[in-house]
Design a binder for this molecule. Sequence first.
Ligand SMILES: NC(=O)c1ccc[n+]([C@@H]2O[C@H](COP(=O)([O-])OP(=O)(O)OC[C@H]3O[C@@H](n4cnc5c(N)ncnc54)[C@H](O)[C@@H]3O)[C@@H](O)[C@H]2O)c1
Length: 427
Amino acid sequence: MSRIAVFGAGYVGLVTGACFAELGHEVVVRDVIPERIDQLRAGDVPIYEPGLDELLRRNAERLTYTLDVAEAVAGAEFLYVAVGTPPTYSGDADLSAVWTVVDELAALEGPAVLVMKSTVPVGTGARVRHRLDEHGLERVGYASNPEFTAEGTAIRDFQHPDRIVIGSFEAADGDAVEELHRGIEAPIVRSDVASAEMIKLAANAALMTRISFINEIANVCEATGADVVRVAEGVGLDRRIGSSFLRAGIGYGGSCFPKDSLALKQLAANSGYHFQLLNAVIEVNELQKRRVIGKLQQRLGSLRGKTVTLLGLAFKPNTDDVREAPSLVLAGRLVAEGATVRAWDPVADGAAALPRATICADPLEALDGADAAVLVTEWPQLAQLDWREAAGRMRTAVLIDGRNMLDPAELRAAGFTYDGIGRAAAT
Ligand SMILES: NC(=O)c1ccc[n+]([C@@H]2O[C@H](COP(=O)([O-])OP(=O)(O)OC[C@H]3O[C@@H](n4cnc5c(N)ncnc54)[C@H](O)[C@@H]3O)[C@@H](O)[C@H]2O)c1
């Protein structure tokens, strides 16, 4: 069993730490936010990820938390980097937290392998290798082990991944990282570091492309009277295509897709290549979020003075993550149009995300007196909602189902004027 230091106690760092501890490794998680470390030491989990609290509790004896780099790296054989890599103004990934970690490793005494889990532009590994050498840390190996888990299902995804990708400069470093994953059944893809970095960016780009593709098909469905839900079903059953990521909606968000698409676009541009398809994918997604405003205007006319309820704020269900969530763009556009925004989400911190909205603890309460509602996040609670009562509480029962979650016929029977995404008005 190995000793692993994980840098970053966020969504990826905590899941990685908990899952490695579950495999029997000794894990120390390091972060720079004192409250985060205090919370973890007290047995509280600073983020919402299903099953994470239980996993951390079960493996508490193999997990420690610290603010202190020296304590984190003492005796560590693996240094997992899971810090944030948000976009900069130029669209390039901001690697400052990664560089901070690399520079802090001067305190390291023994040999170790630095493993990059954060999503980084191609070429980052080579630059980190160079910087380690400059610090006299030639004895520290380097591997890229990108993360493919999705928030909401992160633990299952880590424990039962579709594949484990390991890129290294030296085969021995890759072998060590492979050995660390013993106990997880999955195909292992070994490659050079640049290819491992690109696999992560390309996989995300492929998923985003499918989302923007089906959203454009949805928009054409709306214009022609077809129903994208049936269309996606019929298309997705083709084994060459498959059904995942073929659900039309109001666009992707989250902490990964938007920033990683910008980073790949920028990476290509910096290398002199115009990534035309990815540019279109990004543009389609931006327009898709805004199309909801047009749908509301079709039903309500001017939005000035109207009240619109956003049902769900997180970028998808089973997470409290609102980074780049479509709800933020929608709320901003609604306020700009002169509307009042009410909102509900079961776990996201609505008051922090939307300071100008009225946040309600209950979806029915959020619908009180509203002129329209937008289903933004497909939380299961919304499938169970008493929509007849909801219609009665609203000033006008208009619903834009931004995720095609509900049955149009049932909603219409409950008294709603219902619009989905890519569904003909009568379906
Ligand atoms: N969230 C996801 O679902 C997901 C999936 C795949 C890949 N990724 C990638 O993984 C990386 C981390 O994402 P995340 O969502 O966990 O980010 P996050 O913002 O939730 O967590 C990052 C953590 O790193 C900490 N940190 C910053 N500087 C540090 C330092 N010098 N030492 C130690 N900790 C430091 C921050 O305080 C924060 O707690 C990103 O590159 C992201 O693109 C994320």
